[in-house]
Write a protein that binds this ligand. Structure first.
Ligand code: C5P
Length: 224
């Protein structure tokens, strides 16, 4: 149990990668374990929120106490998220593929010896966070993530504006940090009210602190 500052509130969370089909057996994707997004969904539920998690393909279990929807592609993820608005809270953690194959093949593309492989025509995927951040049914609190390898603060501020978010949780994913796919995370919170730097923590601890940050912001009725 514990305090339930999010009782009566609704939240939508995205997590994991998206898979963009090339043909029935091949796909394009970003690396993402889903650990951080799933932990955030669980942490919001623990504070009493009614949480829907929209998850791309991951190898981890659905979090307890959270309604989980499984999707593959960015467009499916976008549709699942938008159809659930309005919510009080949106936390977009998924590593959505920036591009999809313009015309994915209905049959497996055959490899022909001696022939050059067919080039892939890519087209841009919808930006789910940006859509939510500018939506007429925009949640009261919109949170995005930013995986950066340099200029974390500057890029975070730019992203905050562009996406229409209240908060960007930025982390350094340079290979030497070991954060990608790991169990720990080190983040900077870039919000409309300033920058906060958190120490390296377990992804579960980051999720708990973030859920508390959201509860405080929501309950103080802060407006943008
Ligand atoms: O622009 P960039 O991909 O760096 O932004 C990252 C943030 O935007 C994350 O919160 C991610 O979940 C979200 N995003 C999204 N849809 C996309 C691309 C990113 O929701 N197509």
């Amino acid at each position: 149990t514990g305090p339930k500052p999010l009782a009566g509130r609704t939240a939508i969370v995205t997590s994991g990668p998206t898979h963009e089909p090339i043909d029935p057996v091949r796909y394009i994707a970003n690396r993402s374990s889903g650990r951080q997004g799933h932990a955030i969904a669980a942490a919001l539920a623990k504070l009493g929120a009614d949480v829907t998690l929209v998850s791309g393909p991951v190898a981890i279990p659905d979090p307890a106490g959270v309604a989980t929807l499984h999707v593959e592609r960015a467009e499916e993820m976008r549709d699942a998220v938008i159809s659930r608005l309005p919510t009080d809270i949106a936390v977009m953690v998924a590593a959505v593929a920036d591009w999809r194959v313009a015309a994915s093949a209905g049959q497996k593309i055959k490899k022909r010896p001696g022939e050059a492989p067919a080039p892939l025509q890519l087209t841009e995927n919808p930006d789910i966070l940006k859509t939510v951040g500018h939506h007429e049914k925009r949640p009261a609190i919109v949170v995005g993530f930013a995986a950066e390898t340099q200029d974390i603060e500057r890029n975070g501020r730019t992203k905050l504006k562009k996406k229409g978010a209240d908060l960007i949780v930025a982390n350094d994913v340079s290979p030497e940090t070991g954060i990608m796919g790991g169990t720990r995370n080190r983040v900077k919170l870039i919000s409309t009210t300033g920058v906060e730097e958190w120490p390296e923590l377990d992804k579960d601890a980051v999720a708990e602190r973030l859920a508390n940050w959201i509860a405080e912001r929501l309950n103080q009725g802060a407006v943008r």
